[in-house]
Design a protein around this ligand. Structure first.
Ligand SMILES: NC(=O)c1ccc[n+]([C@@H]2O[C@H](COP(=O)([O-])OP(=O)(O)OC[C@H]3O[C@@H](n4cnc5c(N)ncnc54)[C@H](OP(=O)(O)O)[C@@H]3O)[C@@H](O)[C@H]2O)c1
Length: 276
């Protein structure tokens, strides 16, 4: 059995889908099973990573465990890692994958020290982040962003899920840290052009000043530390975020998906005439 935490999230849903595709049994952890909306064939269990005692039943018979490093709003880092790892080891877990958010976390430290073979999966920017533009594109044919010259090796979330699923179910990935990227480096203009082509209608890219972007993010309710993080990674994207690596192909045996493919799959999200 494989237990996927964060299973209702952008990446977790893809880890679940890939495990199902590989014919592996999947159990999905969520704080609210009624809202999970996971596919048939997935065993959905209730649990909260901030309260590890809620995980004991969920870990019964589990050999592969996929972990997120956060447990609250705006990705508040989990402090319960040592207990989670103890419970996993006692339950007989043989492989752990960790979805890393780009920096050290107490959960990841606990996994590395915990004695169960682990693999760290570190994605760059998700292609799914482009869904944040859906409303502006649907209602105004427009994307409003700062730092429009920034470059990104953004990765398809399905490929992150595929790398994690392989590391969870096959030998040869213990102690590895996988930086997972897409197959090309794109500017914002490349991305809006790909969405325009996929939806069959033009998309304007409007450059915001830093001050205008901060104002917009505040209006959206983002806390100051998140705004500071966005200014840092968008204003001066670290080299890892704009460099292509062949991890997806090496680990899964098939090439990483392009943003054009992602945009075609999600074209309806950007079409006013398809909106409910
Ligand atoms: N967006 C990016 O471009 C990007 C790039 C690189 C890395 N990352 C990293 O990716 C991670 C975010 O992944 P995501 O986008 O897939 O997440 P997400 O879509 O925001 O989903 C959050 C998930 O976490 C679960 N969760 C939250 N608190 C929980 C708790 N206390 N107990 C159990 N489950 C809990 C939620 O489950 P329920 O609500 O169902 O309980 C949900 O499945 C972060 O670490 C981020 O730093 C993001």
């Amino acid at each position: 059995m494989n237990l996927v935490t964060g299973a209702t999230g952008t990446v977790g849903r893809q880890v679940v889908a890939e495990l199902l595709r590989l014919g592996r049994p999947v159990r999905a952890l969520t704080r609210d099973p009624a809202k999970a909306g996971l596919p048939d064939g997935v065993e959905v269990v209730r649990g909260d990573l901030t309260d590890p005692d809620t995980l004991t039943g969920a870990l019964d018979g589990v050999t592969g465990l996929h972990l997120i490093t956060f447990g609250g709003e705006y990705f508040a880092p989990l402090e319960t890692g040592p207990r989670i790892v103890d419970l996993a080891r006692e339950a007989g877990v043989r492989r752990i994958t960790v979805l890393n958010g780009g920096g050290p976390t107490p959960l990841e430290d606990a996994v590395r020290a915990g004695g169960v073979p682990w693999t760290v999966v570190t994605p760059v920017e998700f292609m799914a982040n482009a869904l944040e533009w859906a409303e502006g594109i649907r209602t105004a044919d427009e994307v409003r962003e700062p730092f429009t010259g920034r470059r990104s090796a953004m990765v398809h979330e399905g490929d992150i899920g595929a790398v994690a699923a392989v590391a969870l179910t096959e030998d040869g990935h213990a102690g590895r840290e996988y930086l997972v990227t897409g197959p090309e480096v794109l500017t914002l203009k490349d991305k809006t052009d790909a969405i325009a082509a996929a939806r069959g209608r033009q998309v304007r890219l409007v450059e915001l000043s830093e001050a205008e972007a901060v104002e917009q993010w505040r209006a959206e309710g983002r806390p100051q530390d998140v705004i500071d993080f966005l200014l840092e990674v968008y204003g001066d994207t670290p080299v890892e975020g704009r460099t292509v690596h062949d991890t997806v192909e090496r680990v899964t045996g098939r090439p990483a998906r392009t943003f054009a493919e992602w945009a075609r799959t999600h074209a309806d999200a950007f079409r006013p005439w398809s909106a409910a």
